[in-house]
Write a protein that binds this ligand. Structure first.
Ligand SMILES: [Ca+2]
Ligand SMILES: [Ca+2]
Ligand SMILES: [Ca+2]
Ligand SMILES: [Ca+2]
Length: 336
């Protein structure tokens, strides 16, 4: 199915892919054959690091660039006296003001970022703590752990986005910019379309009566109600994939409207035909929906449970449960 003009122009993906590459570089950091010898610097083994990315070693004192530049997961910082774990294996360089393949941000002897000639946005926006500027031809060091350079690109970290003529774009609007304010209410684009007069919805896959065109993460969708059970807004379970917000999801903060979507916090998940799917977060050894009875307390609902029966929170008890577990996941009686 071809992507519609509004969605999936590849920019977002391209940027994310680049970020992945940076993260992968962390694998290379603890290598024993590294030029700088992490062992000599007393950098603890990556496995002992308790940070969010356990592969990134602690920042050595010798690292001459801003501490947020070390192992940010996206940008290879060069000229920092110590090899940045974000640099791919064999790329980057460490001498002040050096230049090498793979460098995303170069730094001078003071550790300050050097603005490259390829940076096309106003120079005052470069590394000035004024927010992450995207689409500037080169990375703005204000972007930490994300950010993209191609004109028209958009990523979560971007605070200002631009097209190839330098005109401002709405970073959070994932559909074609031309759809903003064109007189037709576009929904599911990640940001509100003024054509919807506040009666549309921004979440990918969402539907409201006002919507005239609807988009999901893969492209345009029919503008129509989802196929969840008719009581999904009042059944006390967070239903996901229903195209409309379920008030039951407010407690979990979950907004997962696109059919077949799944996220932690979803108690029940549905596809576009209304068939129930296994949500993320299933925590029991039994297979959900395997026909082996209604397993309760498994983190998400077991489709084997009859409508209105069963429960998903560990430690819960409900009608129809054939197996139950404690808050710690241990088996327990289903008798109240
Ligand atoms: Ca970095
Ligand atoms: Ca900036
Ligand atoms: Ca529109
Ligand atoms: Ca519900």
């Amino acid at each position: 199915m071809p992507a519609p003009p509004g969605v999936g122009d590849g920019n977002r993906d391209a940027g994310l892919d680049a970020g992945d590459g940076g993260g992968d570089a962390a694998d290379a950091a603890p290598d024993a054959d590294d030029d700088f010898g992490f062992e000599e610097l007393g950098v603890p083994d990556a496995a002992a690091d308790s940070g969010t990315d356990s592969r990134v070693p602690d920042r050595p004192d010798e690292f001459a660039c801003g501490e947020e530049r070390w192992g940010d997961g996206a940008h290879c910082d060069c000229g920092c006296l110590v090899q940045d774990p974000d640099c791919d294996d064999g790329e980057g360089c460490t001498d002040a003001s050096c230049q090498a393949a793979g460098c995303d941000v170069r730094h001078d002897e003071s550790g300050a970022a050097i603005r490259p000639a390829s940076y096309t946005c106003d120079e005052a926006t470069f590394d000035s703590l004024d927010g992450c500027d995207c689409g500037c031809g080169a990375i703005d060091p204000d972007c930490i752990g994300d950010g993209c350079t191609e004109p028209g690109c958009k990523q979560d970290a971007c605070q200002r986005c631009r097209d190839d003529e330098g005109e401002a774009l709405v970073c959070t609007f994932a559909c074609d910019e031309a759809l903003l304010g064109d007189g037709t209410c576009d929904c599911g684009c990640g940001a509100a379309d003024p054509d919807c007069s506040d009666l549309g919805c921004p979440e990918p896959g969402c539907f409201q009566d006002m919507c005239e065109r609807c988009y999901g993460s893969e492209g345009e969708l029919d503008c129509q109600r989802g196929n969840c059970p008719s009581d999904f807004k009042t059944n006390d379970l967070c239903d996901c994939g229903c195209r409309e917000r379920d008030p039951d999801c407010i407690a979990s903060g979950q907004v997962c409207l696109e059919p077949s979507c799944s996220a932690s916090g979803c108690a029940q998940c549905f596809d576009d035909a209304g068939a129930q799917l296994i949500c993320e977060g299933w925590a029991c050894a039994e297979e959900p929906g395997a026909g082996d009875g209604c397993n309760c307390g498994c983190g998400t609902a077991d489709p084997d449970c009859a409508a209105g029966d069963g429960c998903s929170e560990p430690g819960c008890l409900a009608n129809g449960c054939t197996s139950c577990r404690t808050e710690d996941g241990a088996p327990m009686s289903c008798m109240p």
